[in-house]
Design a protein around this ligand. Structure first.
Ligand code: 13P
Length: 250
């Protein structure tokens, strides 16, 4: 049975020592679930110490970015082999902050997605429209374009996770309504079914991200095609992340 995935993207928050105390206390307070996985994506400098703390728990480790070569003269970049070696299982690829602030293109994201899977980790491909695009009725077109370009020639589809993160909902406090998110998730699943096949699409985990909070998690997770969430701000405090992990479907 496919499990839901509750993922926390820490972005550029928490030093290694802050990460250690945060994760130690998270683990102490975490309940056991058989229908959901928990993933945390700390900054690079915290990956190793965090990996040591979570190794006997069911919490999984993710990275927020990666370069698409194994090694070389790429000053300042991080190789997928380095991530794999510290126990990273998931890598966020093409987050809107990477696209917008660091000008990452679909072509570059495509190389990252392929590389992450080739090395044996799971890419979390982020897609989503800007406010203006939504207002112009271009949401589906934008999402379709991003997915097609970022997945061009990608065969390792069982490893893929897709995160729908409307840019207008990220860090703004404006969450997509559950039915707005569901509509795009259905669209994404149908697109994957066309590009690959029905079974692959049914098994695909599609996360929603954008101002997910304790107050809206239950209604989001009630939607049939929302298989989990990618949380930013609200995953940085223990109580709110624990409440999000502990979502109730009814
Ligand atoms: P917020 O939850 O802070 O809106 O961030 C969402 C996000 O970008 C997760 O990757």
């Amino acid at each position: 049975m496919k499990k839901n995935l509750i993922a926390g993207n820490w972005k550029m928050y928490k030093t290694p020592s802050e990460s250690i105390s945060f994760v130690s206390s998270l683990i102490k307070n975490l309940k056991n679930y058989d229908d959901r996985d928990v993933l945390i994506c700390p900054p690079f400098t915290s990956l190793f110490p965090v990996s040591q703390i979570i190794k006997d728990s069911y919490v999984k480790l993710g990275a927020q970015n990666v370069y698409f070569e194994n090694e070389g003269a790429y000053t300042g970049e991080i190789s997928p082999l380095m991530l794999k070696d510290v126990g990273v299982e998931y890598v966020i690829c093409g987050h809107s902050e990477r696209r917008n602030i660091f000008k990452e293109t679909d072509e570059v994201i495509n190389k990252k997605v392929k590389k992450v899977a080739e090395i044996g980790m799971k890419p979390i491909l982020c897609v989503g429209e800007k406010l203006e695009e939504r207002e112009n009725g271009e949401t589906f077109e934008v999402v379709e374009n991003q997915i097609k370009k970022c997945l061009e020639g990608f065969k390792d589809i069982e490893k893929l996770v897709i995160a729908y993160e409307p840019v207008w909902a990220i860090g703004t406090g404006k969450t997509a309504l559950p039915e707005q998110a569901e509509e795009v998730h259905v669209f994404i699943r149908e697109l994957i079914s066309k590009l690959y096949n029905f079974e692959i699409a049914e098994n695909l985990i599609i996360l929603y991200g954008g101002s997910v909070k304790p107050e809206n998690i239950d209604s989001l997770m009630r939607e049939k095609n929302i298989d989990g969430v990618l949380v930013g701000g609200a995953c940085l405090k223990i109580e709110s992340f624990l409440r999000i992990i502990d979502y109730q479907k009814i």
